[in-house]
Design a protein. Structure first.
Ligand code: AMP
Length: 188
């Protein structure tokens, strides 16, 4: 079985977005990044953008209802038929429950990729990037949100889906290589 319906998890700063974009391109999966979708809505000045701006800028989560509606609509598009990679969703157990219900047995996810990186390494990387919104307290806030609200999603998914854990420390190429190795092993 080839894994073509995937979720990717990793704390902020784990390199998840970069790896997700590369993986989606290599395997021709629809890359569904909810963070990118929200930032695009903000840039376009749409109503959705206005609704979410304050939360996104603070690193807090947008409501489950809004996110589920957004993702459900996206998953109805044709390009997701041959496979998709969900990046940044689900972020809460409620979102995960809603997602599995929406996909049903026919389109159930094949597995979860988990990029694991120690906290101290995440803070070090974020500070090295030096973005204005990357001061130590915002970074720690986003990490706290991840630990409190998103890490429990993995507990919920364990036992329901295969979880492929990948060490997210090393060069971009090394991590890509590990992801491919895990997926190839699971595919065969
Ligand atoms: P990301 O680029 O995935 O880190 O997302 C950036 C921001 O968008 C997050 O800090 C949240 O404010 C918001 N966001 C993205 N995905 C979700 C989601 N699944 N649930 C709630 N908020 C989200």
């Amino acid at each position: 079985m080839t894994m073509r319906r995937l979720l990717i998890f990793g704390p902020p700063g784990s390199g998840k977005g970069t790896q997700a974009a590369l993986l989606a391109e290599r395997r021709r999966l629809a890359h569904i990044s909810t963070g990118d979708m929200l930032r695009a809505a903000m840039a376009a000045g749409s109503e959705l953008g206005h609704q979410v701006r304050a939360l996104v800028e603070a690193g807090d989560l947008v409501s489950d209802e809004l996110m589920l509606a957004l993702v459900e609509r996206r998953l109805e598009e044709d390009d997701t038929r041959e496979g998709f990679l969900l990046d940044g969703f689900p972020r809460t157990v409620k979102q995960a429950e809603g997602l599995l219900e929406t996909l049903g047995a026919d389109r159930a996810p094949d597995g979860v990729l988990l990029l694991s990186v120690p906290d101290e390494e995440l803070v070090r990387r974020a500070l090295a990037r030096g973005r204005a919104d990357d001061n130590e307290s915002t970074i720690r806030h986003r990490l706290g949100v991840y630990r409190r609200q998103t890490a429990p999603v993995l507990g919920f998914l364990k036992g329901r889906l295969p979880i492929l854990e990948i060490e997210g420390v090393g060069t971009l190429e090394e991590i890509t290589e590990r992801i491919e190795r895990e997926l190839d092993a699971a595919d065969s």
